[in-house]
Design a protein around this ligand. Structure first.
Ligand SMILES: CN(C)CCSCc1cc(N)cc2c(=O)[nH]c(N)nc12
Length: 373
């Protein structure tokens, strides 16, 4: 018998907290960084290596998977866990964000969004009900409500319209959720960079009583201090015994400032996308391995890393692979980046337990500065 979905906070340090989310496919240590696996793959990585970095959750995406290979096909093949050989927790985004950023000829109405596939131009409709049905077909453990995320900067009317539409879609998503034990549907707070709309959105969603709350509509081009300010006004409105997920965030510095404000879950394409472009994230800051200064450097990215990609290959070799356009460059640097993000999270969890998160964050930031010396 699968246990119900649960979230337990083990320790707090100021607003920061460390805990465990329990889903139908295992435990998630928080603060958690979730690897982006949009089209049923964490690009350039094998799932066993993803797991070895300490990743507990891989993200899937309704928009991409409904277009290719199709949600019904994934269900017929045993669901996304089996299809992608990832037996641990999967969180799926609801598709609205990707429709607005990828699809062509999209039209938003009260009913949902009609659009044409960016792959073959075929016509599709996504509604809260269809999004939840697709996420159920995928077998997702944590399913996101269908929402509308607007870009920033934007006018109050547009932000207000999308926030209220997302509230109505939250009700419909929750009503359409078919999850069993160990599965959950999360709400998404909207409201752009406008404090009173953020508070109104959060309070309305909390009244609907969700097992978890995401903060959406950020990491869409706003300055870091705007994101921080929206967290300052939004997080206090969310129940402390429910997970808080900041969507699409972020750089290592973003993660630390958000953990400090009480965020538990993150996802971002940064480590994997940067890895495919020769950019390495390390304890010493970001390293552009395309740069000629690495051509004769026999040292690895980080000799103390537990990740083979960061420990067993010289910067000269990685520079050579990047300059040569070799596929192995993508795998090794993506692997090293994800491993660094997970080591940053693991260190944060320990520091919070020991009541020294502020010092931990200061030490991490000091380490990044060293690379620029
Ligand atoms: C790979 N990831 C970027 C995809 C998962 S997170 C996508 C995502 C990112 C951001 N920044 C905001 C939102 C948002 O407001 N709503 C939804 N549904 N998804 C969002």
């Amino acid at each position: 018998m699968t246990e119900p979905f649960s979230f337990t906070v083990h320790a707090t340090d100021g607003a920061a907290r460390t805990g465990t989310i329990r889903t139908a496919h295992g435990d998630v240590a928080t603060p958690a960084f979730m690897a982006v696996g949009t089209a049923a793959t964490v690009k350039a990585m094998q799932m066993r290596d993803v797991r070895e970095t300490g990743t507990d959750v891989v993200l899937g995406n309704t928009y991409h998977l409904m277009l290719r290979p199709g949600a019904e096909r994934v269900a017929e093949l045993g669901g996304l866990h089996k299809f992608s050989n990832w037996p641990h927790t999967i969180l799926t985004d609801s598709g609205g964000f990707q429709v607005m950023s990828l699809a062509k000829l999209r039209k938003v109405t009260e009913h949902g969004v009609t659009f044409q596939s960016h792959i073959d131009g075929s016509k599709h409709v996504l509604t809260p009900e269809r999004s939840m049905e697709i996420q159920a077909l995928l077998g997702s453990d944590i399913q996101m409500q269908f929402d509308e995320c607007v870009d920033l900067p934007n006018g109050r009317d547009e932000i207000d319209r999308a926030m209220r539409l997302s509230l109505r879609w939250a009700e419909r998503s929750k009503a359409a959720f078919q999850g069993g034990p160990g599965q959950a549907v999360f709400a998404i707070v909207q409201g752009g960079d406008i404090a009173d709309l953020r508070v109104e959105s959060a309070r309305a969603l909390v009244k609907m009583d969700f097992p978890g709350y995401a903060i959406g509509g950020l990491a869409v081009g706003e300055p870091q201090e705007v994101m921080a300010r929206m967290l300052d006004v939004t997080v206090p409105e969310l129940p402390s015994n429910r997970p808080r997920y900041l969507m699409g965030v972020g750089t290592p510095d973003d993660l630390l400032l958000s953990i400090e404000r009480g965020i538990d879950m993150f996802d971002c394409v940064m480590p994997t996308r940067a890895g495919r472009h020769g950019l390495a994230y390390t304890r010493f800051g970001r390293i552009n391995l395309k740069n000629a200064r690495h051509a004769n450097d026999p040292t690895p990215l980080d000799p103390e890393s537990n990740c083979p990609a960061a420990r067993d290959y010289s910067r000269a070799y990685l520079h050579h692979l990047v300059r040569s356009g070799e596929l192995l460059a993508m795998t090794l640097i993506t692997w090293a980046n994800l491993a660094y993000y997970q080591s940053l999270m693991a260190g944060a969890r320990t520091a919070i337990r020991e009541g020294r998160f502020a010092d931990y964050a200061a030490e991490a930031r000091a380490g990044w500065a060293r690379e620029r010396e």
